[in-house]
Design a protein around this ligand. Sequence first.
Ligand SMILES: [Fe+2]
Length: 299
Amino acid sequence: MSSTSASIAERAGAARSDSIGRLGGVRVGVPDPPATAAFLRDGLSFAVADADDSIVASCVGDYGRSGQAAIELREATELTLIEVIWEVADDYDVAALEARLHASGRPVTQRGDGVAFTDPAGVPMTCVPATVRQHPAPPHDPLRPRRLGHINLKAPDPVAASAFYVEVLGLRLSEQIGENLFFLRIASEHHNIGLRGGESGGLHHLGFEIEGWNVYQPILDRLAELGVAIEYGPGRHRPGNNLFAYLRDPSSGLRIELFADMAHIADGTAYEPRRWQATDRLSKTINRWGPLPPASFLE
Ligand SMILES: [Fe+2]
């Protein structure tokens, strides 16, 4: 596997037929799962329910037909990304995925109906058929997030991590800022994985799509009533052109991005990944509206 960003950009132009499907959800360890669940329920309108060994916070769902078990909370001494779950179609070629994982030197284990592996930063992942994770849709609530749209991960070598997501999982590079921030997509949505330099296996944020600009105000007013301040935003990122507001669970530090208006890349075969200079990050890309983030956001 090449670790040069130029080769990632070259390879990213080639559409793959074996797309990883979609993000199904994450398992996250937090010190006080009921407290985090209360933040997600009372502050952000997630539907929350106890499960066998976790608390499940769910969204309306990808397409309105079913729900998405987006976050499974488990007890841990500190905030920990336990697992990323990918959901694939029944005809997805799992054997080909396993072959690519083996070829890239990633161990693969069988896990129930799917396979388990880690990305180069050590983030555990499973790939399972979407049909085994069907989840009832919670009642409609205009303030409830629609779905987990992307995960932003830290990696000691984001160039190598990006190469893995392109060459092994079949994502495509949409945009990069220097060699330290990469945005990769599964299908047309601008990004479903973000990668940034940082400690191995670290989670920067979970990105949840909300209905649109109209619901930021009631959501943020309600959070203010609960004593939860916005960490950063509202604003508009340049990569993806999406609206954003970032919030942190007071008990765990789990960072949630509420996003809307994410760009789609309609013709992926003609699209050339956009490459910014590292020095463009704060001056040109992080917020088209101007205000810069606090130091906590850049850690
Ligand atoms: Fe994001």
